[in-house]
Design a protein around this ligand. Structure first.
Ligand SMILES: O=C(CO)[C@H](O)[C@H](O)COP(=O)(O)O
Length: 216
């Protein structure tokens, strides 16, 4: 089965956001990945709720919102109301992860957990059945356009084993430095969703680039 493709709007031209969203609507993208950075959990600030609403206003694909923020419980409802269909929080930012996941589901969204490159997939063992999507960070979060971390492959294989051993339905998403070179190996390792920012938006023909990723 081909992987789902989630272009990351972080790498788009913010001055032409409507045009960029319409381009993604016309493409084979499955989700629109929306990166929220607070300047505290990660050393960068992207955008927040009003811009997410503006994206949702034009989007015909589900918004996959990745919260790189501290204490994300404070903003779950606001991002759901802004149009998020999937809300991922960081494992490293949650004191009561199980409660946070329940909160996301109660809002009617799919519940995701993102893990930083240093975070072991073993830490998800007792909560994996409650997670709709694990976002495996293949770069240190905070910036687009970084180099893919090779250790990700073994992490994805291990996570796939964990999901299967628990009979869970969790999707595995990879985020950071994804391109046509590493994507086939990621899919082989068990990835279900590929986030691609700079690889898509720096392409001269982004719709075709998305189609190429989709064909793998
Ligand atoms: O979460 C992110 C950064 O924290 C981005 O989604 C990720 O880096 C994707 O961008 P690129 O494909 O350019 O690496």
């Amino acid at each position: 089965m081909p992987a789902k493709i989630a272009p990351s709007i972080l790498a788009s031209d913010f001055a032409n956001l409507q045009k960029e969203v319409e381009m993604l609507n016309a493409s084979e993208a499955d989700y629109i990945h929306v990166d929220i950075m607070d300047g505290v959990f990660v050393p960068n600030i992207s955008f927040g709720i009003p811009v997410t609403e503006a994206i949702a206003k034009h989007a015909k694909k589900p918004l996959d919102v990745h919260l790189m923020i501290v204490d994300p419980d404070r903003y779950l409802e606001a991002f759901r109301n802004a149009g998020a269909e999937i809300i991922s929080v960081h494992y490293e930012a949650c004191t009561h992860l199980h409660r946070t996941l329940q909160g996301i589901k109660q809002l009617g969204a799919q519940a995701g957990v993102a893990i930083n490159p240093h975070t072991s997939v073993d830490l998800l063992e007792d909560v994996i059945q409650d997670i709709d999507l694990v976002c495996v960070m293949s770069v240190n979060p905070g910036f687009g356009g970084q180099k893919f971390i090779e250790n990700t492959y073994q992490k994805v294989r291990k996570l796939k084993q964990l999901i299967e051993s628990k009979g869970a339905k969790t999707q595995i998403e990879i985020d950071g430095g994804v391109n046509l070179q590493n994507a086939p190996k990621l899919i082989e390792a068990g990835a279900d969703v590929l986030v691609a920012g700079s690889f898509v938006f720096s392409s001269l023909k982004p719709i075709e680039t998305i189609a190429e990723l989709k064909r793998l």
